[in-house]
Ligand binder design. Structure first.
Ligand code: FES
Length: 514
């Protein structure tokens, strides 16, 4: 196999090491790949916070469990999170109150607050050194009425919420909604310890570098990989986009990317963590390390594969941070991908018709630390006993309330129009010469769209531009040097190797001289 393409030099002008502090400061675990057929009670796909939380809860209830991970434990979305452990999820409670009712808002608040406690208890009982700290969380903005409504809805949902003025210290704002007793931590240290604890049990096992290629639902579902099949009574898909779509998730779930810089400050960081609501959100929290404190500044989100050059997003984030903080240097930069449902609630529960014994956990919208932890407990309870009443709120087959319906239709139309537009553009585009180093373009070769990218040595890499999931065309991500699919968020290296699903295959190789 040839060496992977080197796209590091074209990205050199971006600041910081291209990884999260969580991934930079922890080694990968070394669980083996699956190499035999297995039979267990429950097979969990995905070793992020939702998958491992589910596996632990199942094991605690006496089920035998196996976890299959395409990459490494907590190397995906969880390892790239800003790792705020909070019930404050943007302007969530006012919307929940209006669209789903006060009971739903209370239920949502209760499961997320319980998830913070669960994480804290696990850390204490296993003595995990992961920087868990209780901190206040502030949602700030310049729309006083919206903030007042949010504070009011959160209080009625039973949360420790109050409306405060004079925050944040680094930006002008009309006020903020403060939640007391929220938390932050180092997510990978937490999950590596949970994985170790799980793997020690005779009735549990983790397999890394194991790509799931198909899930056969049925009375006794099977999970297929290139090197073994797992038969189980139940399967949990704790991946971004469900590998099995029996309920039209492609119309109700969309991928979004967001960006984070970890900057070293010349002064003490502000206390607490912050979130500026709105389309162009900003997120701020501190992470303490051996050198002092890093400030994590996040934002600039957009739909995957759409929204223009991604390098500019890092640059805008840096400008924003530089205008507000005395920055000594940027230590890390990274981006991540989350899935968002059209009505703003996660999908946790049975996957759909004909898949009674397959469950999913996704759509946390960037709030997976509490959402994934809560999903683990709810799914384990449901699989080994009876459905907790709150599961109805997260039912993947739930009726979408009217206010969200236009968004469902828009998402649907958006994916469809992206599909058509990209194909038309590719098929009318002439062959393009002069792709520069670090650049990628979809060009035409005969009647076929191919994805061509030039690496730091000047070599051209060409693969099919057709995503193997459902045939949308991939788009070049110039900050990460990846091919990203705008329809459901699959991502690939410049050589076409699959980085994240729902696709289960690589992009097909193409000979540029054909
Ligand atoms: Fe669905 Fe690419 S991820 S078509």
């Amino acid at each position: 196999m040839s060496d992977p393409a080197d796209f590091s030099r074209p990205a050199d002008d971006l600041p910081g090491e291209p990884t999260s502090p969580w991934l930079a400061t922890t080694p990968d675990a070394s669980y083996p790949p699956l190499e035999a057929d297995l039979t267990v009670d429950v097979c969990v796909v995905g070793a992020g916070i939702a998958g491992l939380s589910t596996a632990i809860e199942l094991r605690d209830r006496g089920a035998s469990v196996v976890v299959l991970e395409r990459d490494h434990v907590a190397a995906g979305t969880t390892g790239k999170s800003t790792a705020k452990v909070t019930s404050q999820h943007g302007l969530q409670y006012d919307q929940l109150h209006r669209e789903f009712g006060s009971k739903a808002a209370r239920q949502y608040a209760t499961v997320n607050e319980a998830a913070i406690d669960t994480i804290e208890e696990r850390i204490a009982s296993l003595e995990i050194d992961c920087g868990f700290e209780r901190q206040p969380s502030y949602l700030y903005g310049n729309e006083p009425d919206a903030l007042r409504r949010e504070a009011d809805a959160a209080q009625r949902a039973g949360l420790p919420a109050s409306l405060v003025r004079s925050v944040p210290p680094f930006e002008r704002a009309q006020g903020a909604v403060k939640f007391d007793d929220q938390a932050w931590f180092h997510p990978r240290r937490y999950l590596l310890a949970l994985a170790e604890w799980l793997h020690e049990d005779d009735d549990a096992a983790i397999y890394e570098r194991t790509r799931v290629t198909a899930v056969d639902p049925g009375t006794r579902p099977r999970v297929r990989t290139p090197s073994g099949t797992v038969s189980a009574n139940h399967v949990v898909l704790a991946t971004g986009f469900p590998l099995l779509d029996r309920a039209g998730y492609f119309t109700r779930l969309y991928p979004k990317r967001s960006y984070v810089l970890a900057v070293r400050l010349g002064v003490d960081p502000p206390e607490g963590m912050y979130y500026r609501a709105g389309d162009n959100y900003r997120s701020v929290r501190t992470h303490r390390d051996a050198q002092g404190a890093l400030l994590l500044v996040g934002g600039e989100n957009h739909k995957t594969g759409q929204g223009g050059p991604t390098r500019e997003r890092y640059q805008r984030l840096l400008e924003w941070a530089t205008d507000r903080f005395p920055i000594e240097g940027v230590e890390y930069r990274w981006s991540t991908q989350d899935y968002v449902s059209v009505d703003g609630l996660p999908f946790v529960g049975r996957a759909g018709p004909g898949a009674r014994n397959v469950s999913i956990a996704t759509g946390f919208g960037g709030w997976g630390m509490t959402g994934g932890t809560a999903a683990g407990e709810l799914l384990a309870e449901s699989i080994t006993g009876t459905d907790p009443p709150v599961l109805e709120l997260f039912d993947p087959l739930r009726f979408t309330p009217k206010p969200s319906l236009p968004k469902t239709l828009t998402e649907n139309a958006d994916a469809a129009s992206q599909f058509v537009t990209d194909w038309v553009q590719a098929l009318v585009a002439p062959d393009l010469a002069g792709i520069s180093r670090g650049e990628g373009r979809v060009i035409r070769q005969g009647a076929s769209p191919i994805a061509a990218a030039r690496d730091g040595d000047g070599d051209l890499h060409t693969v099919s531009a057709v995503c193997p999931h459902t045939a949308c065309l991939v788009d070049w991500n110039d900050a990460e040097c990846t091919w990203d699919c705008p329809c459901h968020g699959s991502r690939f290296t410049p050589d076409g190797r699959l980085l994240e699903g729902p696709a289960t295959e690589d992009l097909s190789p193409v000979d540029p001289d054909r």
